[in-house]
Design a protein around this ligand. Structure first.
Ligand code: NFS
Ligand code: SF4
Length: 643
């Protein structure tokens, strides 16, 4: 078609390029082409369009020439603050619901109503102890019941603050939040209060709205991220280093291919289990076996714990279908493009939704409940097997490339790897390397890919720049996949690192029978950003400083989801700088921009002054790396380290 952008400008992944070309030839529109066609609204882009009531929509003129207030009188600052808050509400609710689902599944497992088991009893005991539970003479099921009772209390308690916050917060961060009166009560109440507070005619003080946003960021962090990761590790095991395959080439022509897409691993784990059990059924229809591949964060969950291959990340989630060799795409919640259905309609692929509150019209719906997990997974796998015979051979085109890379770097695994260097004092080699300047600091590359940005380019470019400057990188979410594809999660990536970082990665790698550690360590899905917080917290405690004092930052160059803004708020509240490469939709308000980015004009406060972390909005990855490095160096100087 005329006027369509060159596929090379849409993604760096040659496999994705190949399939966008195929889709175009077949007259199928993908997210990349939809993004190129989309006309973005200038008001919305700057966060100054309000649709909170029927007096509106109201739009504030950004150049000062038109209206400066909505019909009700709300100005740009109030409107931008409420829009930002709404994003964080959405993100937080998503993570909190994820955690609650897992808590329920655990209870049902302990009560014998769900076909799961408890894989990490060590972690269960540690969490129980941390929550103040007496663990003596109790069996696993009793402990699970007590731990999950305290988890569920975080959705209903009316006094004090979240159990998971008390369990996981660094003491200095806790002090800051307590002093500012920001501690959340219970997750559901805070979400409800936030909605009530953000409604037309309620809170109109932008500074106050931002403080509410921070409280919700804490809910996201503790009752969302941390709780999800902890309970999932108890149930499915804590990840250990695995070598796995990435890219669309993991889809196999001779096998029944099933992709899992979404977030909560309850069903995805079962699909893997049943795929193993039903291999003979696949052979009956002439397939060589059953191949489960991951997409997005469900992919990350299976990758981290089972070493399951990852086909692709967010922006290119339609591509596995376009290979013509995908029998079923199974989805649960979040980051699932409704457009998958239109694409699946052009092939034999069955799109299967599984949760009652997350359906896509036209898709097959097979309801998943924990009690009936086995039945649902079995039915899904059998449907995929039966679909194998419906393939159209003329439509099959699977990109060949596959990249091998490591994943599975939980905090437990990182500590274990460090113990091979120093068994008594595992954090010492890392801390020494930071103090000596061999490692300049640490950056977490997090978040997504976004069809509006050339896929993988910004994630990869930023990390290349950082590791060249001796910054240690950890990664989660869909961005981790970008790095794996381009060799940054394998020891071969060592050649891109500065000298100091090379030396440290080689020493730790050799102690663990690897040529070197990969320059970027895959720490998991987006809820596993909790692992990054745990690592920072451990380092801060070791040095007896606050998390805010560490030369560390987070970055999401290609993000798209409101969940990323919730996670970013949680890290900002801990005093960690957060870079975004995509417009955060607040720039229409000087005040909000200034509070978050600590720019020159001083408004009532900045997050930098209050918490020690600020937002860095920079679309160019090279410039972003410079800005991040500048802040890392500043934090090093404050800690008395050479920069
Ligand atoms: Ni995170 Fe995971 Fe991916 Fe972004 Fe979406 S799948 S929770 S939000 S797009 S990294
Ligand atoms: Fe307009 Fe105010 Fe209603 Fe928003 S809340 S739509 S600014 S009148």
């Amino acid at each position: 078609m005329k006027g369509q952008p060159d596929v090379k400008d849409l993604t760096m992944d040659t496999g994705v390029q190949q399939l966008i070309t195929k889709a175009r030839a077949e007259g199928i529109e993908t997210a990349f082409d939809r993004a190129a066609k989309m006309i973005q609204c200038g008001f919305g882009s700057q966060g100054i369009c309000c649709r909170l009531c029927l007096e509106g929509p109201c739009r504030i003129s950004p150049n000062g020439k038109g209206p400066q207030a909505g019909v009700c009188g709300a100005n740009a600052d109030t409107i931008a603050a409420r829009n930002f808050y709404n994003h964080v509400i959405q993100g937080t609710a998503s993570h909190v619901e994820h955690a609650r689902e897992i808590a329920h599944a655990l209870i049902e497992t302990a009560e014998g109503h769900a076909p799961y088991s408890i894989k990490d009893t060590e972690k269960l005991k540690n969490i129980a102890k941390g929550l103040g539970i007496d663990i003596d003479n109790k069996d696993v099921n009793e402990l699970v019941k007590e731990v999950t009772a305290l988890a569920l209390e975080d959705f209903q308690k009316q006094h004090g603050t979240l159990n998971w916050l008390k369990l996981k917060a660094h003491k200095k961060s806790y002090q800051t939040w307590e002093n500012l009166g920001l501690l959340p009560e219970n997750a559901h109440a805070e979400i409800a209060k936030s909605i009530a507070r953000n409604v037309m005619g309620a809170d109109a003080d932008p500074a106050n709205l931002l403080m509410g946003t921070v409280t919700l960021g804490l809910v996201d962090g503790f009752a969302g991220l941390h709780m999800s990761t902890d309970l999932q590790d108890i149930m499915f095991g804590s990840p250990r280093a695995v070598k796995a395959q990435y890219r669309l080439g993991v889809i196999k022509k001779d096998k029944v291919n099933i992709s899992v897409n979404g977030h909560i691993p309850l069903l995805a784990e079962k699909v893997v289990e049943w795929a193993g059990k039903l291999e003979n059924e696949a052979q009956k229809v002439g397939a060589a076996g059953i191949n489960v591949v991951g997409v997005c964060c469900s992919g990350n969950e299976l990758l981290m714990r089972r070493g399951v291959s990852v086909a692709t990340n967010y922006a290119s989630q339609e591509m596995p279908i376009i290979t013509g060799a995908l029998e079923a795409m199974v989805v649960d919640i979040q980051c699932i493009m409704p457009g998958l259905h239109q694409v699946a309609d052009c092939y034999h692929t069955e799109l299967i939704t599984t949760l009652p509150y997350s359906k896509i019209s036209g898709a097959t719906h097979i309801e998943f409940t924990t009690e009936k997990a086995d039945q649902a997974a079995k039915e899904i796998v059998m449907r995929a097997v039966n679909n194998f015979t419906k393939r159209n051979p003329a439509k099959i085109n699977i990109p060949e490339e596959v990249t091998e890379a490591y994943a599975g770097f939980s905090v437990e695994q990182i500590i274990e790897a460090l113990k091979a260097v120093n068994a008594e004092d595992p954090l010492k080699p890392l801390v020494d390397a930071i103090a000596e300047g061999k490692i300049m600091g640490a950056v977490a590359l997090v978040g997504c890919t976004n069809p509006r940005r050339q896929q993988d380019k910004y994630n990869v470019e930023l990390v290349m720049e950082l590791i060249k400057n001796n910054v240690l990188v950890v990664a989660t979410g869909c961005s981790a996949h970008s790095l794996a594809k381009f060799g940054l999660m394998s020891p071969e990536g060592l050649k891109y690192c500065g000298e100091g970082l090379q030396e440290v990665l080689t020493v730790i790698g050799k102690a663990n029978n690897l040529p070197a550690l990969p320059p970027a360590l895959h720490m998991g899905s987006c809820v596993d950003n909790s692992r990054i917080a745990d690592l920072l917290s451990a380092l801060a405690s070791y040095l007896d400083v606050g998390i805010k004092d560490l030369p560390a930052a987070g970055s999401c160059p290609e993000t798209h989801h409101p969940k990323a803004l919730a996670i970013g708020t949680y890290f900002l509240a801990n005093g960690v700088d957060v870079h975004v490469g995509v417009n955060p939709q607040v720039t229409g308000s000087k005040m909000i921009t200034s509070v978050l980015t600590a720019s020159k004009e001083q408004f009532p406060f900045t997050t930098d002054a209050l918490f020690g972390g600020k937002l860095i909005y920079e679309e160019d990855s090279k410039k972003a790396a410079e800005k991040i490095l500048e802040r890392l160096k500043m934090k090093r100087r404050i800690m008395g380290l050479n920069s």
